[in-house]
Design a protein around this ligand. Structure first.
Ligand SMILES: [Zn+2]
Length: 234
């Protein structure tokens, strides 16, 4: 597994770097004619890298635009649904976490938390309020609009937190079918990396949807936010 990932990373960085370097290399350069390549036949340059393993990671948070009810990207947008937030309007935005991994192995992996809301849930807090609290910000009484402004101000400084991630398998085919029927979107059918089939090198992220038998690939999702002093992968 480690070998595969490293091979993939090297392949990726080389293809990225080649776009920037304009050095002229002689075709007879000894690096090309005398040094042997040391390929790993187990590696697959075209394979999708596996999702981020489940765990707690240090991450940098940034705001990502959200589509409003007209489909236009906005820093944040207002929504209202009969069954959410007691039918009252609320504000939502998207938050991106960029993994900071000192080992370099998963550094730069990005996860998006869609629909981070000002709406209070059963916990008595909101997604926005929870992240602010983990960032040691004070929640003084505020309207949804001022709370969202506070959140965007804090995110603008690209603050760091510990994010807890988990593999999740959700079937897009079944989700779209439910949407067409006007039904509630089905929940992920598999949650947590350890529940995915064990392989020689770890866990297989590709599983079969129990409903439509389609092939679904696990995605790493944010399960929870923790304060920066929480123990995490180094
Ligand atoms: Zn399905």
């Amino acid at each position: 597994m480690v070998g595969e990932i490293e091979t993939l990373d090297v392949a990726h960085s080389q293809s990225t770097d080649s776009g920037h370097s304009a050095a002229v290399i002689d075709l007879n350069d000894p690096a090309l004619t005398s040094e042997n390549l040391n390929e790993n036949p187990e590696g697959d340059s075209y394979a999708t890298p596996p999702p981020l393993p489940d765990g707690k990671w240090r991450a940098k948070l940034t705001q990502l635009d959200i589509k409003d009810s007209k489909g236009q990207p906005q820093r944040y947008a207002a929504f209202q649904f009969p069954k959410m937030n007691d039918g009252k309007p609320f504000l939502a935005t998207n938050v991106q976490s960029t993994i900071l991994d000192a080992s370099g192995k998963h550094d730069g992996f990005k996860l998006t938390d869609y629909w981070v809301k000002t709406a209070l849930d059963r916990s008595g807090n909101s997604g926005v309020g929870t992240i602010l609290t983990k960032l040691k910000q004070t929640l003084t009484p505020a309207s949804a609009a001022s709370r969202m402004e506070q959140f965007l101000r804090v995110l603008a400084s690209e603050p760091e937190l510990v994010v807890e991630t988990a593999w999740e398998a959700s079937c897009q085919t079944c989700q779209e079918a439910a949407k067409k029927r006007g039904d509630k979107s089905p929940k992920p059918f598999l949650l947590g990396m350890h529940r995915f089939p064990q392989t020689r090198t770890g866990h297989d992220p590709v599983v079969t949807c129990p409903t439509c038998k389609g092939s679904v690939r696990a995605q790493a999702r944010i399960a929870q936010y923790h304060s920066l002093d929480t123990p995490h992968n180094k």
